[in-house]
Design a binder for this molecule. Structure first.
Ligand SMILES: Cc1cc2nc3c(=O)[nH]c(=O)nc-3n(C[C@H](O)[C@H](O)[C@H](O)COP(=O)(O)OP(=O)(O)OC[C@H]3O[C@@H](n4cnc5c(N)ncnc54)[C@H](O)[C@@H]3O)c2cc1C
Length: 465
């Protein structure tokens, strides 16, 4: 792979003239901002950041990177914890200027550019009381979430984000724009839904929408750490029987003023669940009753709220600019022994914004044909993630060790599998497990669409294996 040192200044100038959006170089104002991603642990210095205004810029950038054999990275929302949106020395295709969302309420369709966030998406769709499954933090990119899978409050009702895709436009490694759908380039459409950014740059998506809200029954219940064992057992039993309209993410968090808790609880390790009922509010009150009647909650904020408000309710907890390290896997079953181990390790949470969270699967995720898309974890019960968050670089080792030890302690209760979008920077060897039973088929597809591995700054499917 060439380095950009070998590029002539004039070559870069000519390239710059062909780009409508703009090219940011290391000496340019705004360079540091342009290379910054959500996870402050990632400190990479690309040689060229191409802020694409449209498909033409994407094609030009891919062709340039291929011609000069430059490492290439693709940035959607910039939220991937492994920081794969940026690379050292090479070229970054930054799609953030391409963030338009257009909704056709009659056909219940959203047309979404490759750099839009879920905040952009929900804002437009909710103007018509429509939504589809999307990430639960509004600043996260539609593209990265969707291409890897797409868990969210609506997933048990409507499937993964990418189960709701009708088509997408993709610029492939040879700089060709193609459409991918069930009817056109169906193999690519299959692989892009779970295979992440391995096959091309998705410049736009066409999503099916559903009637949701604009007001939904949603909020949080919080309990003291001392109730954690019983709460998690009750959560597990509740979710096993819950209707598809219910999604509840259990979590350990530390109390803070934004949770509406009294001062003595600020900083305390708490357990609870963030909940959404996607259907009728009155039906939701009945469906959520068992979860809400448990014990003596410190807070119960579940009430009719705008869907967009609930979609933004975790933004502060997962704000940008902090250092992050995630360790995640699917648990076989949330057994009593698994719960006891988790409870033992969860207190104290080491920093104010550290979380440990459970994402229940099932419902429409599990009902889809396991081969419908490249996402291989349809039968998983619950995804479990340890997510320390801190600001002081001096704490890097302590906090990553904490996550690793917690993760190792829960390994006896886990499958070998992991959601590809939750892998950290040092976990490339787990990518195979993340692609699961679909790995071989994905490698074949990679050999067809990207034999030179142009798209390699990701959870990579190496065509050379
Ligand atoms: C705070 C936070 C909350 C999250 N919540 C959820 C959640 O609710 N549900 C869930 O499923 N996941 C969630 N995730 C994980 C999320 O799915 C991944 O981090 C995902 O990669 C983020 O997408 P992005 O576009 O912001 O990422 P980026 O960092 O911009 O991109 C990640 C990778 O995706 C690929 N990519 C991005 N855009 C494109 C494109 N247009 N075309 C081709 N490839 C592209 C590239 O390979 C890139 O390296 C969350 C992550 C964080 C940090």
């Amino acid at each position: 792979m060439a380095t950009t040192d070998s590029l002539e200044e004039t070559t870069v100038e000519v390239f710059n003239e062909q780009i409508h959006g703009g090219v940011t170089l290391p000496d340019d104002e705004g360079y540091d901002e342009a290379r910054t991603v959500w996870n402050a642990m990632i400190d990479r210095e690309p040689a060229l950041i191409v802020r694409c205004s449209g498909t033409a810029d994407v094609i030009t950038a891919i062709n340039f990177a291929r011609e000069f054999d430059l490492r290439l990275a693709v940035r959607g929302g910039g939220h991937n914890v492994a920081g794969t949106a940026v690379c050292d020395d090479g070229l970054v295709i930054d799609l953030s200027p391409m963030n338009s969302v257009r909704v056709d309420p009659d056909s219940k369709t959203a047309y979404v550019e490759g750099g839009a966030t879920w905040g952009d998406f929900d804002h437009e769709a909710q103007a018509f009381g429509l939504a589809t499954t999307g990430g639960i933090v509004s600043t996260t990119g539609v593209a990265g979430v969707t291409l890897g899978g797409g868990l969210g409050y609506l997933a048990r009702t409507y499937g993964l984000a990418h189960d709701n895709l009708r088509s997408m436009n993709v610029v492939t490694a040879d700089g060709e724009l193609v459409k991918a759908s069930e009817n056109e380039n169906a193999d690519l459409f299959w692989g892009m839904r779970g295979g992440g950014g391995n096959f091309g740059v998705a410049t736009s998506f066409e999503f099916e929408l559903h009637e949701v809200g604009p007001e939904v029954l949603a909020g949080r219940v919080l309990h003291p750490y001392e109730a954690a064992s019983d709460f998690l057992r009750q959560y597990r039993d509740f979710m096993h029987d819950a209707p598809d309209e219910v999604q509840a993410y259990a979590a350990f968090v530390r109390g803070n003023p934004a949770m509406g808790l009294p001062e003595p609880l600020h900083g305390e390790t708490l357990v609870g669940a963030a909940v959404l009922y996607s259907g009728d509010v009155e039906a939701g009150k009945e469906a959520l009753r068992p979860l809400r009647e448990f014990g003596d909650p410190l807070a119960d904020t579940i009430q009719p709220v705008p869907y967009t408000a609930h979609q933004q309710s975790s933004d502060e907890l997962y704000q940008e600019g902090h250092r992050n390290y995630w360790k995640s896997h699917f648990l076989d079953e949330l057994s009593d022994n698994a719960i006891d181990t988790i409870v033992e390790h969860a207190d104290p949470l080491p920093t104010a914004f550290t979380t440990v969270f459970f994402e229940w699967m099932g419902g429409a995720i599990a009902r889809a044909d396991p081969d419908a898309t490249a996402f291989p974890h349809r039968d998983a019960t619950v995804s479990f993630t340890v997510a320390p968050k801190w600001t002081d670089p001096a704490m890097d080792e302590e906090l990553t060790d904490w996550a690793r030890e917690f993760f190792e302690a829960t390994a006896p209760y886990a499958t070998d599998d992991v959601y590809v979008n939750y892998l950290s920077d040092d976990e490339q060897e787990r990518a195979k497990a993340a692609y699961g039973d679909h790995y071989d088929r994905l490698i074949e597809l990679k050999r067809k669409y990207d034999p030179e591995n142009v798209f390699r700054t990701n959870q990579n499917l190496d065509p050379g294996v």
